[in-house]
Design a protein. Sequence first.
Length: 332
Amino acid sequence: MTEHPHPGRVRPRRLRATPAMRRLVGEVDVQPRQLVLPLFVREGLAEPRPIASMPGVVQHTLESLPAAVAQAADARLGGVMLFAVPELRDATGTQATASDGILNRAIAVAAREAGGALVVQADLCLDEFTDHGHCGVLTADGRVDNDATLTRYAEMALAQAAAGADLVGLSGMMDGQTGVVRDALDQAGADEVAVLAYAAKYASAFYGPFRDAVESQLEGDRRTYQMDPANRREAAREVAIDVAEGADVVMVKPALAYLDVLADVAASSPVPVAAYAVSGEYAMIEAAAAAGWIERERAIRESVLSIRRAGADHVLTYHATELAGWLAEEYR
Ligand code: PBG
């Protein structure tokens, strides 16, 4: 051990002594523009419906959606990410590509309300639309058919672009999805529509409450297409493929349990990196806070700050609008 000749001289605590000093030396922060709010729309509802496992989050109707979008815009968020639940599901997810399908209608409503103030984003995946709940179409013997699914994703991208999406979020984890969607958009003249690739999306238990939110029909799991939680190096491979295929933004998902992966991706990605604080992360905070076991606001702030510190440029979180409200108080 080296004896320090002046034990009192080097004192990191000086920089923690007052709120003003801590504010001056903070390495990262969270700004509303870095937050994206996921929103759910459910076809056939008369009123917004609470999601039991996500207290405070609802399934919107097309009528209640504009107010949520307006709040997000007022809060100066970076964007909204839309998910929708159709009344009718079938083997190929027909409603995903119907121009009057619920997601495409929701995109149009949100785009009109946002009026350019938000990046209107849409989930591009088939799981809400298929009667078996998988993210793709199935082969005769029940496996997820990668290349047949790509055809559906290309069609879905065109429907979402036509509805007015600024950015499509490819969450299905099919090989080749980014390139196929990029080509389809470009050939249709929709070259201004951005592609966010869920590049490193893990097969995670933390999506549990989301499955309630979209009334998922899935039996079994998604381990033949989503990544194995054991794998860190593989994320770099997925990101490299998506970037090569033309991804404008790449994502790591979930967030908190994968901060090592996020830090790796942020260190090497040539494009912006998003992270998704998923439904289970939301539910854990809400449940513990409701029980009085953690301080709700501090836990929300700390978790999003940690995701930023690990390197995310922007964060999808169900707390986005509320968190942005707290941040606005600070900046005043
Ligand atoms: C697939 C999709 C999922 C989520 C976002 N997009 C579910 C899944 O992969 O099973 C999960 C988001 C969350 O848990 O908050 N369309």
